[in-house]
Design a protein around this ligand. Structure first.
Ligand SMILES: NC(=O)c1ccc[n+]([C@@H]2O[C@H](COP(=O)([O-])OP(=O)(O)OC[C@H]3O[C@@H](n4cnc5c(N)ncnc54)[C@H](OP(=O)(O)O)[C@@H]3O)[C@@H](O)[C@H]2O)c1
Length: 279
């Protein structure tokens, strides 16, 4: 199959193209298409500059140019708190995946934010989103599934090159700053490369893909601080940070991807030291 990866400039999209052995044409500018071959499929990645997923003309042009049999929808408005009020959020997170799924078999990246209440949450559990972002993901999931597509829910993804909690933390700790990290929410850190390897199999239906180890943002921050050897980490409650609504227990099950949290510390690739220069 020819699989078109949308949002290929993001953390997950880039990891998928890396896993597929993606290469840009020599001298190609950012925004150019990336091609790779893996798992019996041809993977074609387009970033936002090459294809704005909310633009019907860009969609038609990409479908005509790349003739995909399937789409892996990694694009999204991923600032979960701003998604409540920013007009671009609904377009990118709901209307765009619905529109693409009506035209081509679509695998949609969704989120643990579709749940609330005690976890871990299984794929068959009825979603109960608390946030606008979670409600947008649920609306998109329903439209994609109705069109015959598939849903992959993920959470707490980190890895080279992304704007993640880990990379922001690292910059501040390297500067010797004191950072505050939530100690009362459990997380399942998931390495983008592990997620990408699993995505290459294009799991059908509704699938959960997260790492099997659990910690808190505070524990996660402490491990990064230990790697860097600078700065300090202060534990805080989620309520103290004034964040918008998010699942108190957003753990997903099954948690089948490799654990990256262990007594051995964080897996390589967590910090920007290992960033792959494919931007
Ligand atoms: N990372 C996580 O922990 C996590 C957790 C749960 C769910 N997810 C889901 O997984 C998917 C991928 O997330 P990610 O971590 O890779 O996020 P990311 O790094 O923020 O990447 C999202 C990409 O989508 C692009 N994009 C935004 N609007 C677009 C548009 N209108 N047209 C084309 N591209 C557009 C962004 O471009 P710009 O950078 O130019 O805006 C960015 O490159 C998202 O659906 C996200 O909701 C991720």
């Amino acid at each position: 199959m020819r699989v078109l990866v949308l949002g290929a400039g993001g953390l997950v999209g880039r990891a998928v193209l890396r896993a597929a052995g993606g290469v840009r044409a020599p001298g190609a500018a950012v925004g150019a298409t990336v091609h790779g071959e893996a798992a019996g499929h041809t993977w074609i990645g387009v970033d936002r500059a090459a294809c704005d997923v909310t633009d019907p003309a860009a969609r038609a042009a990409a479908l005509a140019a790349h003739r995909p049999d399937a789409v892996l929808f990694c694009a999204g408005f991923t600032d979960v708190d701003a998604a409540a009020s920013h007009p671009a959020a609904e377009a990118a997170n709901v209307h765009a995946p619905a529109a693409w799924a009506r035209e081509v078999e679509t695998w949609f990246l969704s989120s643990n934010f579709v749940f609330s209440g005690p976890g871990p949450h299984g794929p068959a559990e009825a979603p109960r989103p608390e946030s606008a972002y979670g409600r947008q993901k649920i609306a998109a999931e329903a439209a994609v599934l109705e069109a015959g597509g598939h849903v992959v829910r993920v959470g707490w993804v980190y890895g080279p090159g992304g704007r993640t909690f880990a990379s922001t933390l690292e910059a501040r700790l390297r500067a010797g700053q004191r950072v505050r990290a939530i100690h009362d929410l459990v997380v399942q850190p998931t390495h983008a490369d592990d997620l990408a390897a699993a995505l290459l199999a294009l799991p059908r239906g509704v699938t959960h893909l997260v790492g099997r180890d659990e910690t808190t943002w505070y524990g996660y921050a402490l491990a990064i601080q230990a790697e860097i050897g600078r700065g300090t980490v202060e534990p805080v409650r989620a309520a103290d940070l004034g964040l918008g609504p998010r699942p108190r227990d957003g753990r997903l099950a099954p948690a089948d991807l490799p654990g990256c949290w262990s007594r051995n510390g964080l897996r390589a690739g967590t910090t920007d030291r290992d960033v792959v220069s494919d931007k």
